[in-house]
Design a binder for this molecule. Sequence first.
Ligand SMILES: Cc1cc2nc3c(=O)[nH]c(=O)nc-3n(C[C@H](O)[C@H](O)[C@H](O)COP(=O)(O)OP(=O)(O)OC[C@H]3O[C@@H](n4cnc5c(N)ncnc54)[C@H](O)[C@@H]3O)c2cc1C
Length: 414
Amino acid sequence: MYDFLLRSEEVSLREKAREFVSKVPRELLLDMDEDKIQYPTDFVRNLAEEGLLGLRFPKEYGGQDASWVAEMAVLEEIGHLSLALGCLYSLPSICGEALNHFGTKEQKERFLRPILKGDLFCAEALTEPRGGSDFFGAATVAEKQGDHYVLTGQKRFVVGAIGADIFLVYARTSSDPDIPRQQQISLFVVERDENVKVKYTYGLMGTRGGGAGRLVFDKVRVPAENLVGNEGDGGKIFYQMMYPERMTSAAGILGMADASLRIATRYSSKRKAFGRPIRAFQGVSFKIAEGITLLDSARAMVYMAAKALDEYQDQPALCRRLVSEAKRVATEQCYRVIDLALQVMGGIGYTNVYPIERFFRDARLSTIWTGTSEIMNLIIQHEYYKEVLDAKRFQRDTELDAKEAFASEEKVFE
Ligand SMILES: Cc1cc2nc3c(=O)[nH]c(=O)nc-3n(C[C@H](O)[C@H](O)[C@H](O)COP(=O)(O)OP(=O)(O)OC[C@H]3O[C@@H](n4cnc5c(N)ncnc54)[C@H](O)[C@@H]3O)c2cc1C
């Protein structure tokens, strides 16, 4: 229906994803929701076999040289399954972003290629128990000792703590107060060994089955060749990695909102109250109208941001703002769409006879992880203030289009 947003090759990839999604066994979703399965590697391997993983990366390393728009269209389809499976689909895109942009040829061969082939499973370890929002305050330390680093610290809520083979870990390589905070951090590929310990696994409200846990890095020996980029490049890499981190949260939830709204729309056409199908009551049908309007505006924002990433990455401030807007708008609005769908269903929507209660539990996470809505607002206002206040050219000074515009003594600011 929204094919006009896509080029023909993007439609083909979306179709492939749609077919893939139609064949995923429902037992997988249900078993993950019951925590019977953690980090289903077969699912990721099957995606790789279909050539759907890491679409944006070069063919040379197993990607498809596809656009951001294509990846978002594919993820929207995968999002119809669950938030956890959307996340497992996204991890190669997120971790791959750092490796593809900043990794050496050898790192791409050792890590990126096998990740995209479904032979190596990756996770990102950013958040620490002391707080995720203040990322650059990270306390995990990596100390250089000859040809390796010794990495010590903890990361919390890591999806893939159970299940992943390698972790992208940000650690402090300097505490020099004269160096900006962003440059005190570096990124490492940490391969799982006996000093990488899963100390706690979380009981989650939803989004289960991703193997989320707290990792303790107990003096882990990391070869110097596993440093991504240079020492102190952590900030630069983090900003680049946050594009897929936030875009995947934004696009994945479109699928769950779409699924919920379709279920509620069909239900309200069949379910009767007071002798009429409930859709005949505006109190019901207007919820569907509200839902599809919120969903489509979220969708528009996601594809606009994806297009910016395809064409305007030389304008990082604009990309950062649009990606943050897309993340906030899509996650907040789609959560609301799922809530509206649940309301339309009445009591049965609150039960596991329909999957909307699962979507609802899953969706609640999306305004929290990959940067909270509050942190998105911090970025959005920061970039927008800068943009407006630094604007060199503005077509028309609309401030003067008021009758008393020149009453300068009335324009008081202090
Ligand atoms: C199920 C799950 C899976 C996750 N997966 C991963 C993963 O795979 N890898 C990973 O690294 N992390 C992961 N996370 C972590 C997630 O990204 C963090 O929880 C999130 O960034 C918030 O960090 P925090 O929980 O420490 O909250 P805090 O940073 O302590 O924030 C608490 C509250 O304060 C608000 N706040 C903080 N600072 C400000 C400010 N300056 N202005 C306004 N409000 C502010 C926040 O918005 C929030 O509401 C996951 C989390 C969960 C729950």
